[in-house]
Design a protein around this ligand. Structure first.
Ligand code: T4K
Length: 378
């Protein structure tokens, strides 16, 4: 096999879809006409409604990003028991949302699904644990049914970091309310399948919690005369909401394109020893992630990453390093023994996936992976 040619320009792991500029400008014109730029204006209200319809259950509030939404979610629970069970295999935002509020994360290992292992949660419980926080990794849901049972048995609250789950299908149906926990967060960052440049959302079926979240989103302000509780500025601006509305119009097309790319990768990578595709979910095409078993594959994930980079394919190791392996979390007792997460962090690699990626480029990237596995050296 001949050495593959490098891509002329870097091919990044993700590339935001953008609406036709005229579409976006049309929405900006209506913002210019009203002079309402933020503080839950008309664009914000329209997007909140539209996302709520797409989610299909619970109440949805929009936020200026996923991180502030997570902070608000944890804060809204007003936990008296100050420790929170959390997965180490996640983006730092999940764990920071616990620590920034002065609470203590307690790491629990994941299982083969790459999400919290529910069979390990009860062993990690102490009287000062008040909540569980799981991440639905690359669109693979946590075992929400098992987590819900544990939470009910021990009177724990549950938050899901669902940064990756906003896709084609509603993340919940009424019969599966355990899927939402107390609160679920969505991220609408530019690198996500659906985005508002920066943005996020919280979903809850609890009306009181929803009311509290909306207060937190706006400094705790009830009205001109009254402030109730501690809040922050978590509001999504009109300019961001307008982008969200324009993106929502093209979301299904983006999903279709990503699904074609993902299908092409699956065909082109089929049969490579030691390589497993671990991303996905019904209509959730947020990332295309491989797991590399170095023994069977004949080389490590890191070597594959280096080869891809040297040919201008900017793959990423989501989620490596583990949150439990970085300061200040690495000294926590619960950070010391997380063998399944550690192996996963050494094996995962996300290939480029976005609607604008051509099938030919997907083939070229898969060819590089196959060539590398066969021992190709640059
Ligand atoms: N929880 C989870 C599980 C998450 O994955 C995230 C965010 C959060 C919470 C927090 O939600 P937000 O507060 O972000 O709403 C990126 C994103 O910044 C981050 O949102 C995302 N997860 C994470 C998985 O990926 P980086 O540090 O990898 O981003 P960056 O800038 O390296 O972007 C990746 C590639 O995307 C670049 O190589 C080029 C391309 N890109 C990026 C941007 C920002 C573009 O083409 N255009 C762009 O505008 O974190």
């Amino acid at each position: 096999m001949r050495a593959p040619l490098p891509f002329e320009r870097p091919v990044y792991v993700s590339r935001p879809a953008l609406p036709p500029l005229t579409e976006y400008v049309r929405r900006l014109e209506s913002i210019w006409a009203t002079n309402i730029l933020t503080n839950m204006g008309p664009m914000h209200e329209m997007l909140e409604l539209a996302v709520g319809e797409r989610v299909g259950a619970g109440r949805v509030s929009l936020w200026n990003n996923g991180m502030s939404a997570l902070l608000a979610a944890v804060s809204s629970l007003q936990l008296e028991r100050r420790k929170v069970i959390v997965t180490p295999f996640t983006f730092p935002a999940t764990v920071h949302a616990i620590s920034l509020l002065g609470l203590e994360p307690v790491f629990v290992d994941i299982d083969d699904s790459l999400t919290l292992d529910p069979t390990l949660i009860e062993d990690a419980l102490t009287p000062d644990v008040g909540a569980i926080m799981g991440t639905h990794v690359y669109g693979r849901f946590c075992d929400t049914e098992a987590i819900d049972e544990i939470a009910q048995r021990h009177d724990l609250r549950v938050i899901y970091d669902g940064a990756h789950i906003f896709g084609r299908t509603a993340p919940v149906v009424d019969a599966e309310r355990h899927r939402l926990g107390d609160i679920t967060m969505l991220s609408f960052h530019a690198t996500k399948l659906f985005h508002s440049v920066e943005g996020g959302a919280l979903i809850t079926t609890d009306q009181d919690l929803d009311r509290r979240l909306r207060l937190i989103r706006n400094f705790g302000i009830v009205n001109e005369h009254d402030v109730k509780g501690i809040g922050l500025n978590g509001k999504m601006s009109e300019v961001h909401a307008a982008m969200g509305l324009s993106m929502l119009d093209m979301m299904d097309a983006e999903i279709d394109q990503r699904q074609s790319v993902a299908t092409r990768y699956l065909e082109a990578l089929d049969g490579i020893p030691g390589l497993r595709v671990v991303s996905g979910g019904d209509g959730i095409v947020q990332y295309f992630v491989l797991r590399i078993d170095a023994d069977e594959f004949g080389s490590s994930r890191d070597d594959l990453h280096t080869t891809l980079r040297s040919l201008n394919v900017i793959s990423r190791k989501y989620f490596s390093p583990l949150c439990s392996d970085v300061e200040p979390y690495d000294t926590l007792p619960s950070a010391q023994h997380l063998p399944v997460a550690r192996t996963a962090a050494n094996e995962v690699i996300a290939l480029p996936l976005y609607g604008g990626l051509s099938l030919e480029d997907a083939d070229r990237i898969a060819d590089i992976v196959r060539w590398h596995q066969k021992g190709g050296v640059l």
